[in-house]
Structure formats: C-alpha cells, structure tokens
Ligand binder design. Sequence first.
Ligand code: HEM
Length: 192
Amino acid sequence: MGLYQFLKFLHILAVVFMAAPLYNLIVVNERVRFGKAHLQVDQYFENIIRGNSTRCYIFQLTALVTGLLLVGLGGSWLSLFTNWVLLAKLLLLLVLMGLLSVVHFSIQPRIDRLLSRADGETIPQPIAAEIAPLRLRRKRLASVCLFLVIITVLLGLQVFSAFWAPLTVVLVVLAALFAWRVYKTPVPYGWA
Ligand code: HEM
C-alpha cells in the first residue's frame, strides 16, 4: 500500500535525522580541542547545541507518529503489546524524549543563564567553573542517547523477523563501544 510505504520512508528519514547526539558529541569534542576562546565562540557553540535539541524533538515526534501509524496500518494496535520489539521501540523513544527534555528544560537553560552573566573577552573563571559540570552532564546524556538510538535502529530492523541472537548481542556491545568512543574522542574517521 502506497501510504504505508510513504510512512515507512518518513519513519526512516526521521530516524536518520535523529543523529543529533553523534554530531553534538563531535562538536563538543571540537570545542574542547579549540581551548580557551572568545566569549562569542561559546555563544555560537551553545546556539548550535540549543537549536539541535528543538530539531531533535521534531524528528522524534515524526518517528513516534509515523511508527504508531505503521503499527495501525500494518495490522492492529494490539501488536504494540504482543510484539515486544515494537513495545521496546516505543519505550526507548519515550526514554529518548525524556532525556532530551532533561537537557532542554533543565541543563541548557542553566548554561544559558550562566553564559548571559558573562561579559568581556572570555568566560570569567567562576562562571566557567559552574558551566563545566553542566556541560559534562549534557555530554554524558548525549552519549547515552546515541547508544539508545543505535539500539532502537537495531530493534527497528527486527520488528517482523529477529536477527540471529548472538549477532544482536555483538551489535549491542559494538554500539556501546562506539558511543563510548564518540564520548571520548572526536572520531575524525567516522568509526574511529
Ligand atoms: C528512536 C525511535 C525509532 C527508531 C530509531 C526506529 C527505527 C526503525 C528502523 C531502522 C526500522 C526499519 C525499517 C525496515 O525494516 O525497513 C523501523 C521500522 C518500523 N518501526 Fe521504528 N523506529 C523508532 C520508533 C518507532 C516507534 C515509536 C514505533 C511504533 C511504536 C515504530 C514502529 C515501526 C514499525 C511498525 C516498523 C516496521 C515497518 C516495516 O518494515 O513495515 N518505530 N524503525
């Protein structure tokens, strides 16, 4: 059915665009490499990160709505409860929205408030010292989000037929290693 195929296309596109945690972590690692910089560099950097969380909500909502419509059109809403993969995907998406909300409604406004108190060439040391732990928490949450997005993609591919179980286990471990790697280093070559 054309509508189902269209929704599936939109579902996958939204999922691809949900790569924000990966690119945010890359940007954050670049900011660290940049070192001490003019206040405007930090304002520019925070503008990018802040904007990404709003965009990510939209893509998450698109994945949610298209996913639910696919379930409805594909058969019955009941399969949300009888197919554990679908239920897990739904719950993981809600967790991702929750984590994004922690960043968007708690961590980010606190960073923004601190940054708005800064003036002069660079962020004054006392303000920088308050911002640092908030940025670290945001970075940790981003790597958890990256891991969960990869796991949800892995589940998405197994909605109707499961992979060979040991392969799924290996892929989960590789997903965790990759999320850890992106948390730690700027990954100039994509995977490494
Ligand atoms: C982070 C959130 C999500 C991600 C990363 C994700 C990812 C994916 C991926 C990669 C596929 C594979 C499509 C294919 O086999 O060609 C898929 C399919 C599917 N997803 Fe999701 N998904 C997410 C959320 C949801 C939600 C919330 C639902 C509904 C509860 C849902 C329902 C479905 C259905 C029914 C399919 C099967 C489509 C088909 O093959 O006919 N997804 N998803």
